[in-house]
Design a protein around this ligand. Structure first.
Ligand code: SF4
Length: 353
């Protein structure tokens, strides 16, 4: 059992974060924000995949101009990503965004950060307080010599205390270190000291297998320790992949169920059917199913009986055939060439997917 850390609840638009709310999955658009059509189209695709909060980059005036329409038409709350331009934080809030992300370390003066926070309070806009190893305050770098987990933690605590001193509580914190261990350590330190919700993720994780592995390890360790109220898997890839990976991480820890979870055996010398072919076909056909269904596809009877008990539906293969089972019981025998088709038909019939 994972015991989730007790955090306070905040609101990003109509989405609740922290306390007993489900861990929220978010992403960031990769379009030019000023291209309203492309940005909204990507937001809608991400929403269909299960994205619940979306962040958009606001590096230029023209991006600011696009915000109003994007906010109005987006199916999920919109967070403006602000760096180095405090005036954009104010203007984004005027355009109606539900949240802003700022790294106080690159805003500059404390008084300026305070003004942004006061505006957020008046407008009921949520803030993500970002602390990043690349934008740590000078005094902390001098004290620690380099951007260590301790330095990141101290920066996050310092700014959180300031936000609270200014009477602002509708914020979450993200602490991003340069590697997995630093990131995890800093987040664990912070989590042990406060009830402020945490947004977790491994920044600049990279591409493909490496990026997914780094993210799964870092996010997975934190989630296992009950830490994390929102997550983003940052990949150098289409953001839709980020959402898929985020749900796979949550599913693998039994935290959230969305869509199909396929349990497939790794195959070995006992196998007498082309199992990878069946798994690939079933995965492809069920990619857009949102109903949580656990499907087991097992190469032989060795583990099939145990897995069948745990799964909603599945196949236990023999030599050139398989038993199709449902709710732990075999329902009929199918020939190898019909295995994927029979499984998909049964899912369609039983779950109306
Ligand atoms: S389920 Fe059977 S075929 Fe698959 S890995 Fe285990 S022993 Fe091998």
């Amino acid at each position: 059992m994972i015991n989730r850390r007790k955090t306070r609840e905040i609101s990003v638009g109509w989405v609740k974060v922290g306390a007993n709310s489900p861990i929220v999955v978010q992403s960031m658009t990769s379009t030019k924000t000023y291209d309203i059509e492309a940005t909204l189209s990507q937001i809608n695709r991400l929403y269909q995949k299960g994205c619940e909060l979306i962040r958009v980059a606001v590096p230029h005036e023209e991006d600011l101009e696009a915000l109003e329409e994007i906010v109005k038409k987006s199916p999920i709350p919109v967070i403006a990503d602000i760096h180095f331009a405090p005036s954009y934080a104010f203007k984004s809030m005027q355009k109606g965004v539900h949240g802003i992300r700022i790294n106080p370390g690159n805003i500059g003066k404390e008084s300026l950060v305070k003004e942004i926070i006061q505006e957020a309070k008046i407008r009921n806009v949520a803030v993500r307080l970002g602390v990043n190893s690349g934008s740590l305050e000078k005094d902390l770098l001098e004290k620690h010599g380099y951007p260590s987990a301790k330095a990141l933690f101290e920066s996050a605590i310092r700014w959180s205390e300031r936000f609270e001193k200014w009477g602002f509580y509708n914020f979450k914190v993200s602490i991003k270190g340069s590697d997995v261990v630093e990131n995890v350590s800093a987040n664990m330190l912070f989590a042990s000291q406060t009830d402020i919700p945490l947004h977790i993720g491994i920044t600049e994780a990279g591409m493909g297998l490496k990026g997914i592995t780094k993210s799964a390890v870092g996010i997975g360790i934190l989630l296992y320790h009950g830490i994390g109220d929102t997550i983003r898997v940052s990949l150098t890839d289409d953001p839709e992949v980020e959402i898929e990976v985020a749900y796979e991480i949550l599913k693998s820890l039994g935290i959230r169920r969305r869509g199909v979870e396929i349990v497939a055996c790794p195959t070995c010398g006992r196998i007498e059917v082309d199992l990878p072919k069946v798994v690939k076909e079933v995965e492809k056909e069920l990619a857009n199913v949102k109903t949580p269904i656990k499907v087991a596809i097992m190469g032989c009877v060795v583990n099939a009986i145990g897995e069948a008990r745990e799964a909603d539906i599945g196949l236990a293969c023999g030599k050139g055939f398989a038993w199709l089972f449902k709710d732990g019981k075999p329902i009929r025998k199918v020939q190898e060439q019909d295995m994927a088709k029979a499984l998909l038909e049964e899912i369609q019939k039983s779950y109306n997917s």
